[in-house]
Design a protein around this ligand. Sequence first.
Ligand code: SAH
Length: 379
Amino acid sequence: MSAEEASPKEGGKPAAQQTALEERLIEMIKLNGPISIADYIADALGHPHDGYYNSANAIGADGDFTTAPEISQIFGELIGLWLVDAWQAMGAPQELNLIELGPGRGVLMADILRAAQVRPEFAKAADIWLLETSGRLRHEQQKRLRQDGRRIHWADKFSDIPAAPALIVANEFFDCLPIRQFVRVKNGWRERLIGLTPSEDALAFTLAATPAAPDLPLPPANDAQEGDIFEFSDAQREFMADISRMLTTTDGRALIIDYGHIGAGLGDTLQAVRRHAFWPPLSEPGRADVTAHVDFAALARIAIENGAAVHGPITQGVFLERLGLAARVHALSSGKTAEEAATIHSGAHRIAAPSQMGEIFKAICVSAPNLPCPDGFDL
Ligand code: SAH
């Protein structure tokens, strides 16, 4: 997640305070040996009781990290209009699944639905599907989104969502899916794992005792130098394949926005954020948001392999400008006090300026191959 006001990653190690989850992981590693980074992230974020997304106040200005829809309502409004346009490009089907992956507090979907009122038929057609594993966040989504006449459903797994023409939105969802890391050693790749410090009272990075299996999607060892780290995410790959297969069989589009890189990069992007500052990723699991940068080139490859068309990635700043950010800021500010207008301007600046979230965040559209180029992605 973004930590715009964050201190550097290495910045001062906080006084460690062992969490229940950390104690259990330490006991498990003592018994069975090191675990993968993917298993660690899955527990740290998703554990039904002690996982981060079930903790109080993770998202929002008062929480640990904030996201574009939490910063400015314009983000969701522009996406709402983009979705209406996409629905029209699909021939305005009367049966539509409007799917959001990882809806957080439901703010993005609320803004989408408000903006989409420009075409009441869109809202009438839409069955809203929210893919959410956290009970606490589901509750917040219900409070914010339930309304007479709206058909809202929750799903634990993507495969629980029935097949129908679909429009899918995912903002800051892929970055929290578990990744694995591999380190280039003398003779090839070895998985980076999580074991224990010599005193066995804290988690520490270590290397697998044996080489990485040859069938893993790793770059040729000759393309990397000793010490380089390569990341990939089985969960991201599976989601991308599922989404692409759904869209090619039922029709529709997915808009995925996240922070990440376009070229397949080498490097350690695992990070944790707590109270808007970076946090050591292995410290106090369950109390910080642990994420990694999204490899957009890898996602695009998987979508294409599964028959979908891919548009972008382009930067979030360019995408929002093309959708009419400036005009929306202007319209929203008119008739407001100087202070209110300044807040609207500063929110737009934070989500779109290259020095803020505009450059590091990217948007990609995965689409059924028969559809025209989506709004904002034409060159
Ligand atoms: N999209 C929101 C929140 C992003 S935080 C925003 O922009 O504000 C990530 C969200 O994904 C949370 O709602 C979290 O509970 C959910 N999530 C994480 N892993 C998930 C998984 N495997 N399946 C379903 N939801 C998941």
